[in-house]
Design a protein around this ligand. Sequence first.
Ligand SMILES: *Cc1c(COP(=O)(O)O)cnc(C)c1O
Length: 381
Amino acid sequence: MKKINIIDTVLEYKKFKKKIDKVVFNVLKSGVYINGSEVESFESELSDFLNVKHCISCANGTDALKIAILSLNLNPGDEILVPSFTFVSTAEVVVLLGYKPVFVDVDFRTFLIDIDSVKKNITKKTRAIIPVHLFGQSANMTEIMSVSKKYNLWVIEDAAQSLGSQFFTKDKSNKLQSKNYTGTMGHIGTTSFYPTKNLNCFGDGGALFTNNNNLAKQIRLIKNHGQAKKYTYKKIGLNSRLDAIQAAILRVKLKNLNQSNNVRRENAKIYNAKLKGIKEILIPQFLSDIHSHIFHQYTLIVKNKKMRDDLKNFLQKNGVSSMIYYPKPLHKESPYRKFNFMKHKSSEELSKRVLSLPIHPLLSKKDIQFVSDIIIKFFNF
Ligand SMILES: *Cc1c(COP(=O)(O)O)cnc(C)c1O
């Protein structure tokens, strides 16, 4: 039976094998495994790509969030707003650093942070907000930055799932006014190069972005033990480095990022066309249009939990893997319950009804049609 996986790292290696073998071998021969020219070149190429002043690499996406928060010099007990429907890192680092995560709900149709819920949860202690550009679509940064201005809040964009996606602003007649890459519109942006992400390496990796010179300086200090120069410590820091082999791999992958994001978009178009008429499911909704989305995930909302679970099993029986991102909202997970006493209507409902389909760029149009046809068969559509 034909098998379609949600991710295919071996196929990914095969596609880039020639180039990657060469650059990895060069790093091995160079003897420079930490920092050095590969890391510097990657940082500068990625900041050029994103059109952001500073790109600072680190060990992973969770560290990137941790370093970003540390660079803000907050006080114990300060509150940080985080969505309740996201990967755990976003809230975890807030607690680890001694701050209070205040969970906010997401919008039911876009999965993105809900601005009304943000406004309702702002208190005198709120210092920052971490919007997550979930599944590859930018949160509404115009709204978020205007709330940030009004209440004097820092904005850290979690772009772990959205590298290469843009936020479009349009005027009243729907004419495009500006496009900016996610991770470059808040005070700091963070990302991850974990093997399943859109820009990925063959191990762990992460980065931070900022246009603010002072924050960039703080971030560089913190990620390197707080050292201004060797054995001179200005702050309590940590050790968080991207290694040279991963940087060399990422330089190869970055050249292909726009193209692979385009393939994801084309795949999404096929799903949309084939599935849009099925009344038991909702297909993804765009904040502006399909070109602003990079489909880290293609996520359906199914009518109810039973039907979602049955569909998942039916796909599996037919050789297609699918995933539930995320089966429980964070404020309902036991270590986080004590930080929240509110009901989050959309997060709670979504965790029962979402299903993410295979969409990675090594799938062919035929593969996507094959998956769609199984779904169509399930619904007898
Ligand atoms: C993957 C991910 C992270 C964490 O990245 P790691 O490199 O695995 O530490 C953080 N936030 C979101 C939204 C993610 O998807």
